[in-house]
Design a protein around this ligand. Structure first.
Ligand code: NAD
Length: 362
C-alpha cells in the first residue's frame, strides 16, 4: 500500500498537536492531499513552523488544552473526524524533570481524554496515537527494542509515554474492536528531525539557533546514540497505518515502531559535525554542567513495519541533514517557508512511493 491521496481527499481529520513540529508537517501533508483538517493544540510557541507556513489559514485551527476533558469532547464532537492523529504532548525529557505533574497530566490523562471523546463519534474509522521510542524500559543494551518489549521510563517524560501506551492498549481492548467502531494503533518513532523544529533543548534546533546567531552550540552528551530520522519518514508510516485502520485491517490495530536503518542510529556528536560541515560554518563546545539522567543508548527494531506494512525509510541521515540545512538556511535568508516546506514534501512523496513500491512490487 502507498500513501494514497485518494483516501485522504475530502476526509475529515483531527490532528492534536498541530501547532508543534510534527503536527504542522502532518497537517500540511494531509491538506496537500485534500483532507479537511482540524487541529487542537495550545497556541504555538514562537518561532514555529505553524506560523512560518501560515497553517492557521489552511486548516480549522482550534486552541485548547487536552487536560480539559469537556473541551476535548466538544471539539471532537464538532469536528466529527473520520481519522484522528493524536500528537499533542509535553515532548521534552528535560522539561519533564521540572514539570513532572503537568507532563503526566498532558501525556497520560490527555491521551485518555482524546480516546474517550473518540468513543462518542459516529463514523470515526481510525485513531493513530503517537507515543515514543522512549516508552520502552531502557536497559542500556545494544539490542534494538521490539513492540513486544516491556514499557518503562526512568524520567517523567519516558514514563508518561509508557503509561500512555497502557492507556491506549486498555481503550483498544475495552472499546475499539473491529466492526464496532474505530480501530486504534499506537506509533513509536525515534528522534525525528527536520526543517522547522524550534523546540527548546533539542539538539537540531539548538544547533540551528547557534549557527544563525553566530555563536557556539553547547553539547551535553556527544556520545549518546539515538535513532535519528527525518520527520516525514515517521509521518509516512503514521499515514499508512491510518489507511490500514480505515480499511478495517484489525492486524494494524497494535503498536508500531518507526525508525531509521541501523546505520543511521548515530551519536549526537556525529549530527553536530555533519550539520556544521554542511552549513559551512558553526562550532560547538562541551557542556560539562551536571545533567539529569537521560538514556545513552536507544535503538528501535522496525522489522514489523517492514514485514507487515512494506514500510521502510526512503532516504538516509546524510540526506536528512542536507534537507534540514537547506530548509533553515533558505528560510534564514528570507525564503518563503511554505514554498520550501511544500517543495520538500513533494520530493519526499516521490521518494517514499519509490521505496514502498520497491519493497512491495505487488
Ligand atoms: N520530536 C521527536 O523527536 C519525537 C520523538 C518521539 C515522539 N515524539 C512525539 O511526537 C509528538 C509531537 O512531538 P513534536 O516534536 O511535534 O513536539 P512539539 O513540542 O513541537 O509539539 C507539541 C504539540 O503538543 C501541543 N500540546 C502540548 N501540551 C498540550 C496540552 N496540554 N493541550 C493541547 N496541546 C498540547 C503543543 O501545543 C504542540 O502543538 C509528541 O507526542 C511527542 O511526544 C516526538
Amino acid at each position: 500500500m502507498l500513501v494514497n491521496p485518494g483516501h485522504w481527499a475530502g476526509r475529515r481529520v483531527l490532528v492534536t498537536g498541530h501547532t508543534g513540529f510534527k503536527g504542522a508537517w502532518l497537517s500540511l501533508w494531509l491538506r496537500e492531499m485534500g483532507a479537511e483538517v482540524a487541529g487542537l493544540a495550545l497556541a504555538p510557541e514562537e518561532p514555529s513552523l505553524f506560523s512560518q507556513i501560515g497553517l492557521d489559514g489552511l486548516i480549522d485551527h482550534v486552541e485548547g488544552d487536552i487536560r480539559d476533558a469537556d473541551l476535548v469532547d466538544q471539539v471532537v464532537a464538532r469536528v466529527r473526524p473520520q481519522t484522528v492523529f493524536h500528537l499533542a504532548a509535553q515532548p521534552l525529557v528535560r522539561l519533564s524533570y521540572d514539570q513532572p505533574r503537568e507532563t503526566f497530566a498532558t501525556n497520560v490523562l490527555g491521551t485518555a481524554h482524546v480516546l474517550d471523546a473518540c468513543r462518542r463519534v459516529e463514523g470515526l474509522e481510525a485513531i493513530v496515537a503517537v507515543t515514543s521510542d522512549k516508552c520502552y524500559e531502557n536497559r542500556e543494551w545494544v539490542w534494538p527494542y521490539r513492540e513486544s518489549d516491556p514499557m518503562g521510563g526512568h524520567d517523567p517524560y519516558s514514563a508518561s509515554k509508557g503509561a500512555a501506551e497502557l492507556v491506549i492498549s486498555s481503550y483498544r481492548n475495552s472499546f475499539f474492536h473491529a466492526g464496532e467502531g474505530p480501530l486504534l494503533a499506537s506509533v513509536r518513532a525515534g528522534n525525528v528531525i527536520g526543517g522547522g523544529d524550534w523546540a527548546k533543548d533539542r539538539l537540531v534546533p539548538d544547533i540551528v539557533r547557534a549557527i544563525i546567531d553566530d555563536r557556539s552550540v553547547y553539547i551535553r552528551s556527544p556520545g549518546s546514540v539515538r535513532p535519528w530520522q527525518h520527520v516525514l519518514e515517521a509521518l509516512g508510516g503514521y499515514l499508512l497505518i491510518a489507511q490500514h485502520l480505515a480499511a478495517g485491517h484489525d492486524w494494524a490495530a497494535s503498536a508500531w515502531n518507526f525508525g531509521p536503518a541501523a546505520q543511521d542510529t548515530r551519536p549526537v556528536g556525529w549530527i553536530v559535525d555533519k550539520m556544521i560541515e554542511r552549513w559551512g560554518r558553526g562550532s560547538f563546545e562541551l557542556d560539562t554542567a551536571p545533567q539529569p539522567h537521560e538514556a545513552n543508548l536507544l535503538m528501535l527494531d522496525c522489522s514489523k513495519a517492514r514485514a507487515q506494512l512494506g514500510w521502510r525509510p526512503a532516504f538516509d541521515l546524510r540526506q536528512t541533514i542536507d534537507w534540514i540545512v537547506d530548509w533553515h538556511s533558505q528560510v534564514a535568508q528570507g525564503g518563503d517557508a511554505l514554498a520550501i516546506t511544500r517543495g520538500q514534501l513533494q520530493t519526499y512523496k516521490t521518494l517514499l512511493d519509490a521505496a514502498l513500491t520497491e519493497s512491495d512490487p505487488s
